[in-house]
Ligand binder design. Structure first.
Ligand code: SAM
Length: 345
């Protein structure tokens, strides 16, 4: 049902896979705070906070809340929440959240680049004696916008007496890395883009994958898989996470759009997120089927009109290319040539 929009803003529109991602977040958070209920404090950090309202691209009447609302509505509640956003978006988000939660003093919106602001935020939380508290971080960029040192800072935030590190749910936009999507084989990597990819991985070992992709020794799907394995490998071996889980989300045709990577030290985190990812896979398949049925109905209706307007006036939609929604949860393994490249970093 359509809600009145906050501040009358036109919300950003997203594919169904964004709704699935946020529902997965919304299912996990209460289980996280419930599992942490004996702790005196729990922290939620949202590095790319977005806005309160979102709509589905395929159905603008269908609204869903963003991550900030999902986190603030979590029961049992987090005791402190920090949301990072840029410029006017941050001001707008602060206002929207103040209007929606007028008496809630648990949260703050930090206006600025999360990669620059994270150190100050974490040291403020440490100064308040919270660097032992169970902490969940959501890292949900539009593109290749998070830097490896930011993830390292989150992993190192908790003090040495804490048994587990901050948990992280990270959107890895692996299809934004050129030559991966299948349709962008000719796209080159310019200096600005390579610098971003190097910042994301914290080193340029990713180039070993790119080189092999360029010389067609790897297919797009093999290269995508290796970028993901490299990212998981670094979370596990460099940052020391006990377990990483991933779910690759596909669009209407099943073409991969991004992968969610979860990093945890806690067996309960692993168990709960595995079940949340299973539900996300089912939800994604359901939404995809619904959307394709709707598209088919629309095509049928248009075909009915064809006799009136002539076939050429109605463009055919492209046929689905392939379906892919996978989940990986084993420990990250890499081929020797990539391991040797990492050793040189
Ligand atoms: C994918 S959206 C986030 C969606 C949000 N998590 C939600 O659930 O609605 C990414 C957001 O990150 C913001 N952003 C981009 N770069 C950023 C940065 N370096 N630091 C903080 N925010 C950033 C953008 O303005 C955008 O609103």
């Amino acid at each position: 049902m359509r809600r009145p929009l906050q501040n009358g803003e036109r919300p950003r529109s997203w594919g169904f896979w964004t709704e699935v991602k946020l529902d997965a977040l919304g299912r996990y958070l209460p289980q996280f705070t419930r599992a942490s209920r004996r702790a005196q404090a729990t922290l939620y950090l949202d590095l790319f906070a977005g806005s309160v309202d979102n709509v589905r691209r395929d159905d603008e009447g269908r609204q869903f809340f963003g991550s900030t609302v999902r986190a603030l509505d979590t029961e049992p509640g987090f005791t402190r929440l920090r949301f990072f956003e840029l410029g006017p978006n941050a001001d707008r988000l602060r206002q929207q959240l103040r209007d929606r939660y007028p008496d809630d003093d648990r949260f703050d919106v930090i206006n600025g680049d999360c990669n620059k602001e994270i150190a100050g935020c974490l040291s403020g939380l440490s100064d308040d004696g919270l660097d032992w508290a169970p902490t969940f971080c959501f890292v949900d960029p539009d593109g290749l916008d998070v830097d490896w040192p930011t993830l390292r800072a989150l992993a190192q935030f908790k003090n040495s007496s804490a048994r587990t590190k901050a948990e992280m749910l990270i959107l890895l936009p692996h299809t934004s890395i050129p030559r991966l999507a299948g349709w962008d084989n000719a796209m080159g990597v310019d200096d600005r883009l390579s610098a971003k990819i190097t910042s994301l991985f914290g080193a340029d070992s990713w180039r070993a994958i790119d080189d092999r992709r360029q010389s067609n020794d790897l297919t797009a799907s093999e290269a995508r898989h290796l970028y993901l394995s490299l990212f998981r490998f670094k979370l596990e071996r460099e940052l020391g996470y006990r377990k990483t889980l991933t779910i690759e989300m596909g669009n209407e045709q099943g073409i991969p759009v991004y992968v969610l990577v979860f990093a945890t030290d806690h067996p309960a985190g692993d168990r709960i997120m595995s079940s949340v990812f299973r539900q996300a896979r089912e939800q994604s398949a359901e939404y995809r089927a619904e959307l394709r049925e709707r598209r088919q109905r629309e095509r049928d209706e248009r075909a009915g009109l064809q006799s009136l307007f002539g076939a050429d006036e109605l463009a055919e939609e492209a046929a689905p290319v392939y379906m892919e929604t996978t989940e990986l949860s084993g420990s990250a393994e890499l081929p020797d040539w990539l391991l040797h490249r990492i050793e040189r970093d």
